[in-house]
Design a protein around this ligand. Structure first.
Ligand SMILES: CC(C)(COP(=O)(O)OP(=O)(O)OC[C@H]1O[C@@H](n2cnc3c(N)ncnc32)[C@H](O)[C@@H]1OP(=O)(O)O)[C@@H](O)C(=O)NCCC(=O)NCCS
Length: 181
């Protein structure tokens, strides 16, 4: 378990699958992601089984939970993937699927916790992400956690009937200011 002030990150459980299916079939949630086709519970179950084969140091999907009173509520997922052992780099991904929890700082705190996990537990040197230029909410949350813009991949993602520009953002271990920054 990776625990912050209002967010904790845990391994995903089979019981989470129905929530995952609901979130990734919600057009508003996936609007700024590369997902663009309907997904069934059965497809998600197969995906879940494949995740169990992964060694955590080679990439792991984590469930995001936030504190509500005395309870922890599951609101989304985040992960590192494409972890490269020679380059010590990894791509970060995040989805807060429960829209009730958007714009409450959950994305920012999750991103900060994942930077700490990536640098201090996984010994990463460069953590990067791809985000659509139109995803202002995401860009703001990532910048608040320490990511900087590296450049733009022009018309790199076909989504919502358009070729969309994609921003590459990253944080290097040497410039990371620690969790509380
Ligand atoms: C993108 C995402 C991770 C951000 O998490 P979040 O918890 O909603 O974001 P936070 O509350 O931490 O920060 C968002 C910031 O953007 C601001 N914001 C929201 N909408 C905005 C807009 N249209 N333009 C500019 N800023 C905006 C918020 O006010 C907040 O800034 P503040 O902390 O200074 O008030 C989350 O909304 C999400 O998962 N969305 C759906 C899936 C997705 O887009 N994933 C990312 C793919 S790269």
């Amino acid at each position: 378990m990776i625990t912050g002030k209002n967010i904790r990150l845990r391994a995903i459980e089979r019981d989470d699958i129905q929530r995952f299916t609901r979130w990734i079939n919600d057009a508003e949630v996936i609007k700024f992601t590369s997902l663009n086709f309907p997904i069934s519970n059965a497809m998600e179950e197969k995906w879940f089984d494949r995740q169990l084969e992964n060694v955590p140091t080679q990439g792991q999907i984590l469930a995001i939970e936030t504190r509500v009173g005395n309870q922890w509520v599951h609101i989304g997922t985040c992960d590192f993937h494409d972890i490269e052992p020679v380059n010590h780099s990894a791509e970060f991904g995040i989805m807060i699927g429960d829209k009730e929890y958007w714009n409450k700082g959950c994305g920012r705190e999750t991103t900060k916790l994942m930077l700490q996990h990536g640098f201090e537990d996984l010994n990463l040197n460069r953590i990067y992400l791809y985000v659509l230029t139109e995803n202002s909410r995401g860009i703001k949350a990532y910048e608040a956690a320490g990511f900087v813009k590296e450049g733009i991949l022009r018309q790199a993602l076909y989504k919502n009937g358009l070729y969309n520009d994609v921003v590459v953002m990253s944080v290097l271990h040497s410039e990371w200011k620690g969790f509380e920054s």
